[in-house]
Design a protein around this ligand. Structure first.
Ligand code: ADP
Length: 426
């Protein structure tokens, strides 16, 4: 069966966030890391999300990778393509959101697409083309200080106009409030005037539903996770989705339970403190890792011992800002990060080989390091643990049971995330 939706996501955790929403709206979903070399067996899959690293790279690279993902998704039969970016429209005047959208339009022969970054339940809304984070305009939300993609302008029509060659238009809220049909007519009228990219206002779920109804037949849509939540209802209305009772169903999990953390975000530090109240854990120190193999071997021995006791067990490099600064001052920021990521990646690989079957990883970069140390390319998306973080499952070469994996970016998850995750799984 060809897939219904093919998603090209500009970063890893953003990909998972969207995939999670698709599953919650009833689609069976697989996330792949980078563009696969070959076709995948996708018999019972409705959507594939290709996770790229194209948010902050050079625009030529972002376009090239996105087109490669598009070609692959078209080979899998995708009816609609979705270019996924952050709900804060992270980009610079040079791109990458606009140029990627135009390159995809050119390749697809699409005359028009929509830009729908909003995610109302997370406080990201768009009004009169202006993006808000909570009650602040984007350029007053803290995003003006972002290290890679500082956002100094909340007017998305203006931001996008600086990135693209085609005229940019707006689908305003009063129009969306009149429903999907009226919205589609508006898009068509804009199209007759030559408008190729339409920024859509979005105040709430009702607006998202109207947009989804209006755009379901477009070859290409672009936006954030909110649109991903609204589209499946339209696919279902068209009869494109098989009726399945549990789209996030995974194979039964088995094997020992392990938590690895390299995230120093506030939410993670609290989750670690909460876990250590009742469960065993060991801190990894980058300074000790720099001195040789002993510290790593100590951590491995510790984890093996606690796993034998029944787990779950935690190994964490996470530390408060003062300790992180001290390690960075002594080793350099990059080397400190590398030592931690390499150690956590090796721990994951060794302990999974020895029988760990349920693994929680905290930290965006850390997750990337662990996934690559394990050589994983495909994640089946399962049930949500906390908003934005689902359980996933990956086939493991040479092993019958798949690995159950939860990848949490820094600030996600409630305080009891590390224990709750395993409860959700059982
Ligand atoms: P988050 O999602 O919270 O931003 P990341 O994993 O993306 O977490 O980033 C955290 C970074 O900090 C990683 O590169 C990690 O290796 C590094 N790191 C973790 N612990 C320490 C530490 N004690 N000292 C210095 N760097 C650390």
């Amino acid at each position: 069966m060809p897939i219904v939706l093919g998603v090209i996501a500009d970063d890893f955790t953003g990909a998972t966030d969207l995939a999670n929403n698709l599953v919650r709206s009833g689609m069976r979903c697989v996330q792949v890391i980078g563009v696969p070399d070959a076709a995948l067996a996708l018999d019972d899959v409705d959507a594939v999300v290709v996770a790229l690293k194209s948010r902050s790279c050079a625009v030529e690279r972002a376009v090239e990778d996105s087109l490669a993902a598009l070609d692959w998704l078209q080979q899998q039969g995708a009816r609609q393509i979705f270019s996924k970016y952050c709900s804060t429209f992270d980009s610079t005047d040079a791109g990458n959101i606009g140029p990627v959208a135009e390159a995809l339009m050119d390749r697809l022969g699409a005359a028009q697409t929509v830009m729908v970054p909003a995610f109302p339940i997370n406080g990201r809304t768009v009004y009169q083309g202006h993006l808000f984070v909570g009650d602040r305009l984007l350029n007053e939300s803290g995003m003006q200080h972002h290290p890679l993609n500082p956002m100094h302008d909340a007017d998305l029509v203006r931001v996008l106009s600086r990135q693209v060659t085609r005229p940019v238009g707006l689908a305003p809220h009063p129009l969306l409030a009149r429903g999907g049909e009226a919205t589609r007519h508006h898009l068509e009228a804009l199209g007759e005037q030559g408008v190729g990219l339409v920024v859509c206002d979005t105040l709430d779920e009702g607006d998202l539903a109207a947009i989804a109804e209006a755009v379901v037949d477009l070859p290409l849509v672009t936006g954030g996770s909110g649109l991903g939540q609204a589209l499946p209802a339209e696919y279902r209305r068209r009869g494109w989705l098989a009726e399945v009772t549990d789209p996030g169903r995974l194979a039964p999990s088995s094997g020992a339970a392990l938590v690895l953390s390299g995230s120093c975000s506030r939410a993670t530090l609290e989750q670690i403190a909460r876990f250590l109240e009742h469960r065993p854990g060991m801190a990894l120190d980058p300074l000790a890792l720099a001195e040789g193999e002993t510290h790593f071997q100590d951590a491995l021995t510790f984890a093996r011992g606690r796993i034998a006791d029944g787990g779950p067990v935690l190994v964490y490099a996470s530390a408060d800002p003062a300790r992180v600064k001290a390690a960075q001052a002594a080793l350099g920021t990059e080397r400190a990060g590398q030592l931690v990521e390499e150690a956590l990646g090796r721990l994951a690989r060794t302990l999974v080989e020895e029988g760990v079957g349920r693994l929680v990883v905290a930290g965006g970069e850390t997750s990337g390091a662990v996934v690559s140390a394990l050589g994983l390319r495909t994640l089946r998306i399962g049930e949500q643990i906390d908003p934005g973080v689902p359980w996933t499952q990956a086939p493991m070469p040479g092993r019958e049971a798949p690995l159950s994996l939860a990848l949490k970016s820094g600030n996600f998850g409630g305080p009891d995330f590390f224990t709750r995750a395993f409860e959700v799984l059982t």
